[in-house]
Design a protein around this ligand. Structure first.
Ligand SMILES: Nc1nc2c(ncn2[C@@H]2O[C@H](COP(=O)(O)OP(=O)(O)O)[C@@H](O)[C@H]2O)c(=O)[nH]1
Ligand SMILES: [Mg+2]
Length: 391
């Protein structure tokens, strides 16, 4: 990779946040910082590893933002300022005007690590964890560097004379299955709230996302287009979608209703899990969720605050879980979060398990699982640890 005397990268996610951080690295980094950073301390700064300084980032005579600079290592400094994207952009722009090259966080980390070590999994993990949407996801990825997938591969290579092909196959199958669950913890999952009209989908959606985003009304067909929001529960960031109620007679009413039924079907296809909301106070009339294969269905028997007439045993479709709930009063909502975690298999998921956190790793584990020869297994596992990092 091309080395530049100073690279600068924003390392906090895009958008408004409490803190915005910029990493500045390279032989010219200290000189650039000295010309744009005005420390509070009258005795000045010595940019030694481990030191932290408070002061102003300046543009000529103008103070732009009060920041903390941490000297993370030799020629490696992290500027932590306020999270307003305009401030972060301004600081980056000042650094660039003084000679720094703007790069993406991924490029910065890859060039840093690639220069020091050849541990491919570490490079992949450190870049991939920038995208983690939960702390558990971040930890799960970090664990793969010393433990997890790295340790698993090293142990297999260390015991190369006793490798059993059926055992390796079984382990690879397990790693690939766990990787699917890991992805949900790292990147989140999508849940579509579906059901017949008027069952309380929008009421539940509003309660889960904590705001009145979807219109609630007694009129069937009120929700025309899907509405999305984020619902955070332990180890999961759930992208929730409220959808138009599914009913054949609505689709026949007019082109608009037919289009919104179509949109609901698209959301269902894109979801990892379906939350089918039924009105427990009425008998169910011709409703079967159009699920895709392997897509768990959680049935919510809504309106539990009213006398119940819907009998769960009579439901004409398979489902993973069923819970009574009242979207109006909030009864059962906490239970729904536990049920969802269970359906997504993230409950009790051991964050030290070996998992793939990069498509290259997945490709290699797949290759290992198809291997017939123990010697070939070792060669491929060595590639897993030492291939050049993908840039
Ligand atoms: N009693 C009761 N009424 C509810 C509950 N949830 C929703 N409703 C009512 O059911 C009607 C339809 O609700 P809405 O959320 O718009 O249903 P949607 O068509 O499935 O989105 C509204 O009058 C809601 O106030 C509930 O838990 N209990
Ligand atoms: Mg609705």
């Amino acid at each position: 990779m091309e080395s530049h005397p100073c690279q600068a990268a924003v390392i906090t996610p895009a958008g408004t946040a409490a803190i915005g951080s910029i990493l500045v690295c390279g032989a010219a980094a200290e000189e650039i910082l000295r010309s744009v950073f005005r420390p509070h301390s009258p005795t000045g700064v010595s940019f030694e590893p481990g030191q932290v300084f408070v002061g102003w980032m300046t543009d000529g005579n103008e103070a732009i933002d009060q920041v903390v600079i941490g000297c993370e290592g030799r020629q490696r400094y992290a500027i932590h300022g306020h999270g307003n994207p305009l401030l972060v952009e301004s600081i980056l722009e000042i650094l660039v005007r003084h000679g720094a090259k703007p790069v993406s966080a991924e490029t910065m980390i890859q060039s840093q690590i690639a220069a020091k070590e050849s541990a491919t999994i570490a490079v992949e993990a450190k870049t991939e964890r920038l995208k983690a949407v939960t702390m558990e996801g971040f930890r799960l990825i970090s664990n793969q560097i010393e433990g997890g997938l790295s340790r698993w591969a090293k142990e297999r290579i260390g015991r190369k004379d006793t490798i059993s092909i059926p055992e390796i196959r079984e382990q690879c199958k397990r790693i690939l299955a766990d990787s699917r669950i890991a992805k949900r913890i790292i990147y989140g999952c999508r849940a579509a709230i579906i059901g017949p009209p008027n069952s309380g989908k929008s009421t539940l959606f509003n309660r889960l996302c904590g705001m009145d985003k979807s219109i609630v009304a007694d009129t069937a067909g009120t929700t025309r287009d899907w509405v999305g929001a984020v619902w955070r529960i332990p180890s999961l960031r759930v992208e929730l979608f409220d959808t138009a109620g599914l009913a054949d007679d609505l689709a026949a009413v007019d082109p608009l209703q037919s289009a919104s039924q179509q949109r609901t079907l698209e959301m269902i296809r894109a979801a990892d899990v379906l939350i089918a909301v039924l009105d427990g106070s009425r008998p169910l009339n011709h409703f079967t969720p159009p699920t895709a294969e392997g897509q768990p269905v959680i049935v919510v028997l809504n309106k539990s605050d009213l006398p119940q007439t819907l009998i769960p045993d009579t439901l004409p479709f398979p489902f993973a879980e069923i819970i009574p709930l009242s979207a109006r009063t909030g009864f059962g909502v906490d239970e729904l979060s536990s049920v969802l975690r269970r359906a997504m298999e993230v409950d009790d998921f051991d964050l030290n398990r070996p998992v793939c956190v990069h498509p290259r790793q997945e490709g290699i584990i797949r290759k290992v699982s198809e291997c017939e020869d123990p010697r070939q297994v070792v060669v491929i596992l060595e590639q897993l640890l030492t291939d050049s990092p993908p840039l």
